[in-house]
Design a protein around this ligand. Structure first.
Ligand SMILES: *Cc1c(COP(=O)(O)O)cnc(C)c1O
Length: 413
């Protein structure tokens, strides 16, 4: 099942492959990425401007090669998704369109431990409109241990604030805890009260199955360098539901690439946005940066899509959890929910005082270093969380075994 042989994994000094558990942060390089990039470099060299129009893959429509496979990953129609910009830029574009404070409805709802970039984006939109974040920004505090949020808590908060909310922004899978939120259930409540809802899918795309179109979400944004393995700073993506995407009257931050492609090169000073998500594009796309996405998305299709990957992920994560519990007992303080439906491929391990004593460390980051010395790649997030992901495209059970063996060795020192 695993397509591990299709990836370059980092190696130890002795030449053996490291145990790469950081696909949730920066996915490894698909082996075919280089040839997709080289192909465009050579078309640039040989054709220059003619490559915009020359078959088989003219640059003018190159981004469309990615729309179908992306649509399959997020459960959308192909004119509801586009690969463009980066996550934070796309979030700004979406806030410009969907955050329309009016009358009593002024507030934006987030959770209380958002990824900083999402927070900055929201905060600056409030300031831009002369609103005071102290009153216009609501952050739902967790009702579970370690920052976990129950779906009921979020739904109640939306209902309680139904007359004052102008927008809801939530993470599909939380970067810190690994919690997978109930996207369809929460979206349904938001839609019942006609509050626009957007999802940050940075840790969800390529990790869990999604059906954005039928769930009726208003918009979603994502980056492509985590589970999508498309390279550092890879071109991100955006979803706008068809019921909005077709509306050319929606306010937006415009650019010439969002203008109707049939008249784009008339270079007139009027703006007729495309009646699809492409109407939110700003600039002509970075072809060399889009090329690696083709290698990466091809692998998701070769794996059979998200369903079989999800099954493999569930098994792998359950296996890893069990092995860790058996080996570490008391100090195996996993904060990621145990229910398969509430987590994706990431496990977050909180390192408490007992764990510090057991691993003989004074700060959690030292454990990442100890593991790295053994060729196990993980990361640490303040204040106390060791994160790792079992990405089924390239991780397998032996990786979990290696992690557990290394942890035991560090503990027994
Ligand atoms: C990784 C991540 C980002 C990164 O934003 P970029 O604009 O791609 O740098 C934003 N939000 C969340 C929730 C993330 O996990």
């Amino acid at each position: 099942m695993t397509l591990r042989h299709e990836f370059w994994l980092p190696r130890r000094a002795d030449g053996s492959e490291k145990v790469y558990l950081l696909g949730n942060s920066l996915g490894p390089q698909p082996r075919r990425a280089e040839s997709f990039v080289m192909q465009e470099l050579s078309r640039w060299r040989e054709l220059a401007a003619d490559a915009h129009s020359s078959e088989p893959e003219p640059w003018i429509s190159y981004h469309r090669l990615l729309a179908e496979p992306l649509a399959r990953l997020v459960g959308a129609e192909s004119d509801e998704v586009v690969a463009m910009n980066s996550l934070t830029v796309n979030l700004h574009l979406m806030l410009a369109t969907f955050y329309r404070p009016q009358g009593a409805r002024q507030e934006i709802l987030m959770e209380s431990h958002p990824f900083p970039s999402d927070y900055h984006a929201v905060l600056t939109h409030l300031r831009h409109r002369g609103l005071d974040p102290a009153t216009a920004l609501c952050m739902i505090s967790p009702d579970g241990p370690h920052g976990l949020l129950s779906a009921g808590r979020i739904r109640d908060e939306i209902r309680a604030r139904r007359d004052t909310l102008a927008l809801i922004l939530l993470p599909g899978v939380h970067y810190h805890t690994g919690q997978w939120l109930d996207i369809p259930g929460i979206t349904r409540v938001a839609r019942e009260h006609e509050i626009p809802i957007g999802w940050d899918l940075a840790h969800a795309i390529g990790n869990v199955p999604l059906s954005l179109h039928s769930w009726d979400a208003d918009f979603a944004v994502w980056c492509s360098y985590k589970y999508l393995n498309s390279g550092p700073g890879a071109v991100g993506g955006c979803f706008v539901h068809k019921r909005h995407a077709a509306r050319t009257d929606l306010p937006r931050l415009g650019g010439w690439w969002g203008h109707d492609q049939r008249t784009r090169f008339k270079m007139e000073v009027r703006f007729d946005p495309m009646p699809t998500i492409e109407g939110w594009q700003l600039s002509n796309p970075p072809i060399l940066a889009l090329a690696p996405l083709r290698a990466s998305l091809e692998l998701f299709d070769r794996a059979g899509g998200m369903e079989p990957l999800r099954q493999a992920s569930e098994q792998l994560v359950a296996y890893t959890e069990q092995r860790l519990r058996d080996a570490l007992g008391d100090v195996c303080n996993l904060i990621t929910p145990g229910a398969p439906g509430e987590r994706g491929s990431q496990l977050s391990l909180a390192l408490n005082r007992e764990a510090h004593a057991r691993f003989r460390i004074t700060h959690g980051a030292e454990l990442v270093t100890r593991l790295a010395e053994r060729g196990i790649v993980t990361d640490f997030r303040e204040p106390d969380v060791l994160r790792f992901a079992l990405a089924p495209l390239f991780n397998h059970h032996e990786d979990a075994d290696a992690l557990v063996t290394a942890m035991e060795a560090i503990a027994d020192g």
